[in-house]
Design a protein around this ligand. Structure first.
Ligand code: UDP
Length: 424
């Protein structure tokens, strides 16, 4: 199959950990690579966000990234990209002129818009290319949690549901998202649930682990944005200290590439730590390259993920693959990946007390840590390889192609059948 991925802001080639570069980049990169390994030809279209980027980058056979000029060639926050989606669609449809794809897969609502528009542009005289959509995050959920702090363009409120309704198939990454999609008006029969995966060659339980000085290390990994709830981890660190765990480090990975001091969220987190008297126990490492992540995961006694909400959350899977137990808020995708008391401990969201109690249980019990870590590793390996995710995604593509062909056939049959009341 010839597959076009559209990922407007999240390039598979970007560095991770910045405000707008995280799970979606990993997802698009790993899924595209796994589909290419299965023999498909995959082209990823993304916005050209630097003058230095070449028009096309062949990553390996059958996998190419195409940078489409759409708006200024510099990093622009994703919430300001909507005006450039028309240009992105135009660039993509132009690239399809010679050889259109069999299926288009949009990632994030704005990519869905660009994908649908690109398909409309090339549709004249041809059958429409099927569009599959993964939202990665939903505006309804974001608004519910972030309220007026949500910087999404106001148009998202009606454009996102219209993408959901116009796309031929929606791939939700967790069961929670499927409920949200139904509430948004997407018919159930057009929704598939396929999780994200984890790179099992990179994230393994055996291998070197970074050294650390304190008795225990708790790890938080992700983009430094308030909704990731890293402050909950800091507050739970203070509660752990009050419970007698005096020598614990909280290592926070993610944030600004250049200097932690220039990152507003990093400054906010450190001031919370200072106010609670645990500043000396908190380290913000900033952005870390992917290849260095497994050694950091393996150095941790527990990984803490306490977002307000989470469409999927690849970090807990990476921790599980590295054999490290997870303390996770029971929200979104984390409720599917982390099995309470089997591969980690689930806690209510935004609850530092419950988070501290769960962490205390783990720190006090190396046997429990080992048991949960081992089960997590097995679960990650059995269910979340990118090869498995790619096979399921391929199934969703084929289902979409079949449904589209069947609808076309029914339409053609309708044309051939005599109109009601017409003479035989
Ligand atoms: N990540 C990384 N380096 C960093 C920070 C994050 O490689 O400095 C990676 C992390 O390992 C994970 C991804 O970024 O693969 C974050 O994905 P997740 O789904 O947990 O969060 P999202 O960014 O989608 O909200």
């Amino acid at each position: 199959m010839k597959v076009s991925m559209v990922s407007e802001h999240a390039s598979p080639l970007a560095a991770l950990g910045g405000v707008d570069a995280g799970g979606q980049n990993v997802h698009v990169a790993a899924l595209s690579a796994a589909l290419a390994r299965r023999g498909h030809h995959v082209t990823v279209y993304t916005r050209r966000d630097s003058e230095d980027l070449p028009a096309r980058v062949q990553i390996f056979p059958r996998l190419e990234v195409v940078h489409i000029p759409a708006g200024p060639a510099r990093l622009i926050p994703k919430d300001e990209l909507l005006p450039f989606m028309g240009k992105l669609a135009k660039g993509i449809s132009r690239d399809w002129e010679k050889r259109p794809p069999d299926v288009v897969h949009g990632h994030f609502w704005m990519s869905g818009l660009a994908a649908l528009e690109a398909v409309r542009r090339v549709a004249q005289g041809r059958s429409q290319i099927p569009v599959v959509q993964t939202f990665h995050a939903l505006g309804t959920v974001k608004r519910r949690h972030q309220g007026i702090a949500d910087t999404s363009p106001v148009e998202r409120q009606w454009l996102e549901p219209s993408v959901g309704q116009a796309a031929d198939r929606i791939i939700a990454t967790c069961s929670d998202e499927a409920f949200e999609l139904k509430a948004m008006g997407v018919p159930q029969e057009r929704i598939s649930i396929t999780p994200c995966g984890v790179d099992l060659d990179l994230f393994q339980a055996t291998g070197p682990a970074e050294e650390h000085e304190r008795t225990y290390r708790i790890l938080s990994v992700g983009r430094l944005v308030p909704r990731k709830g890293v402050d909950v981890a800091i507050r739970s660190l203070a509660l752990l200290r009050d419970a007698g765990f005096h020598d614990v480090e909280l290592l926070i990975v993610g944030g600004d590439a250049t200097a932690v001091e220039s990152d507003a969220e990093a400054r906010r987190l450190l001031s919370i730590a200072a106010a609670l008297g645990v500043r000396q126990h908190v380290t913000i490492r900033g952005q870390v390259r992917r290849e260095a992540m497994p050694g950091i995961f393996r150095s941790a006694d527990a990984v803490v993920c306490t977002p307000w909400y989470e469409p999927f959350g690849i970090v807990p899977l990476e921790a599980m693959a590295c054999g490290v137990p997870v303390v996770a808020a029971a929200v979104g995708g984390l409720r599917d990946t982390v099995v309470d008391h089997e591969t980690g401990l689930l806690v209510p969201p935004q609850d530092p007390q419950a988070t501290a109690e769960a962490l205390a249980r783990l720190l006090a019990d190396p046997g429990l840590r080992r048991e949960l870590g081992r089960a997590g590793q097995q679960r990650a390996r059995a269910r979340y390889s990118w090869d498995r995710v790619a096979a399921e995604t391929e199934k969703a593509y084929l289902q979409t192609l079949t449904a589209k062909a069947a609808a076309r056939l029914a339409g053609a049959r309708g044309l051939l059948e005599p109109a009601e009341g017409a003479a035989p």
